[in-house]
Design a protein around this ligand. Structure first.
Ligand SMILES: Cc1ncc(COP(=O)(O)O)c(C=O)c1O
Length: 450
């Protein structure tokens, strides 16, 4: 059980730690204590003067991997071995039957949409709180993306609101494990089974996250992963699909390889089905194999630091770490997400809080916004192709259906992110994050006047 430290004890522990005393959280240091030390935004010293661990992490193994790929003179996956090897290792790591590497997370999603033959007239349910790629994968197929509001406590799709978004046109339910924490899979899978609509997991941020002891990406018909530079497993660009369905794996392989038949059948131009080229290169496959040699250790470290950070942050009034659903046995912590309540910070706005935190040496972000209200998205209702396919009435109804009030609240006033690399350092880094927040809280009224 987590150690429930009262706020008063916490503040006292932290300020005394600066005087060299060993209490509940011995590593939090304020020097002379939070009352007297000025925040950096007011000209005081930074709470965190160091640098968080750099990303990516590389060593000689990666250099050898790149050199091996170069020297092999086989740079395309067809007829080569390195992407095959990566797929083999990634599927084993995740306990999946099949893995297909793709050129990006977006192309993994596009392959899944293609393999399911999603097209004009179809609807796909997605969370509003996600990266734009989830939306684009639907829109590039001229299907209608239907947003579901956010569970403000978890930052995940609100599974209670999915059923109301289903219509006769719904062809896919696509939850996203945002920040690397699993969406409420039990609930979502039940809805999928009841309505006979396939669930596709956008696990692009969720490498090695687990739900009831099993890796995400294994629950729906398939899961999509990204290896873009910021991700917890990185080859600059890259992606993968995991599935346990033999036939679907074949269809995906074929789609990603110009619609040519499966792995065994080889390339036969002029035959096959609808498809494209989203193959991963041998360079990326080779790099992913070497990067994967440390992904478990890195994930463990993030889990440990994030657990500790949650323990100390939840003692600060006005700071609420994102809830993990009961079925979560591991978050990948691609993002560390929490809610900020200005009422506990003398009315200091979220954005001023972020600015003050950044000046303390703590990188942070307000995260995603109101995707359903962005011009690019609302403009879909006026897109000539969409008007041709769906008509003005349906598109206007679509705009009305896309209201997400909880997401508005979360994104405009409350959400804060830290990034995965910040969780790769020492436990004392977590203490410094908490110290910085406490310092800002103490001086919030003055900071608000800046
Ligand atoms: C939730 C989500 N889906 C899809 C993607 C797309 O992945 P990629 O950038 O590899 O195309 C990302 C990448 O940031 C993502 O975060």
């Amino acid at each position: 059980m987590e150690n429930k430290l009262k706020r008063r004890e916490f503040v006292s522990a932290t300020s005394m730690a600066g005087a060299g005393l060993t209490l509940g959280f011995p590593n939090i240091s304020f020097g002379a204590g939070p009352d007297t030390i000025k925040p950096a935004v007011l000209g005081g010293p930074k709470a965190y003067a160091g640098l968080f661990p750099a990303w990516p992490v590389i060593n000689q193994l990666d250099e050898k991997a790149m050199s091996d790929a170069l020297q092999s003179k086989k740079w395309c996956r067809l007829g080569s071995k390195k992407v095959d090897l990566f797929e083999d290792e990634y599927k084993k790591l995740n306990g999946s039957k099949h893995c297909l590497a793709t050129s990006s997370g977006t192309s993994a999603l596009l392959t899944l949409m293609g393999a399911l033959d999603i097209g004009p007239g179809d609807e796909v349910i997605i969370p509003v709180y996600t990266f734009i790629a989830t939306y684009n994968a639907v829109v590039l197929n001229y299907a209608l993306p239907v947003f579901v509001d956010t569970d403000i406590e978890s930052f995940q799709i609100d599974a209670n609101k999915i059923e109301a978004a289903i219509t006769k046109q719904t062809k896919v339910i696509m939850p996203v494990h945002i920040g690397g924490s699993p969406a409420d899979l039990d609930h979502i899978l039940k809805i999928g089974a009841r309505s006979k609509i396939p669930v596709i997991e956008d696990a692009c941020q969720a490498h090695l996250a687990e739900w009831r002891g099993k890796k995400v990406g294994n629950f729906g018909l398939a899961g999509a992963f990204s290896f873009q530079a910021s991700k917890n497993l990185n080859s600059g660009e890259g992606g993968a699909i995991l599935t346990n369905d033999d036939k679907f794996a074949q269809i995906c392989y074929s789609f990603h390889n110009q619609g040519q038949a499966g792995r065994e059948t080889g390339y036969n131009p002029g035959t096959g089905t609808r498809g494209t080229n989203v193959r991963l290169t041998e360079f990326q496959g080779s790099l992913l194999v070497s990067q994967m040699s440390r992904v478990v250790e890195q994930t463990n470290r993030r889990t440990e630091n994030a657990g500790y950070l949650t323990k100390i942050l939840k003692e600060i009034p006005g700071i609420t770490p994102a809830k993990l659903y009961e079925g979560t046995t591991r978050s990948a912590y691609h993002l560390y997400m929490f809610r900020y309540d200005k009422n506990h910070f003398a009315g200091l706005s979220r954005n001023k809080f972020l600015d003050a935190l950044t000046k303390e040496g703590i990188p942070c972000s307000n995260g995603y916004g109101m995707m359903n209200k962005e011009e690019y998205v609302t403009g879909l209702a006026k897109n000539r192709h969409y008007l041709n396919i769906y008509g003005e009435r349906t598109m206007n109804q679509w705009l009305e259906r896309n209201q997400c009030p909880q997401n508005d609240l979360l994104t405009q006033e409350q959400s804060v992110w830290f990034f995965q690399n910040m969780l790769l350092g020492a436990k004392t880094d977590m203490d410094q994050i908490a110290s910085a927040i406490l310092k800002i809280q103490k001086h919030a009224a003055v900071i608000g006047k800046l």
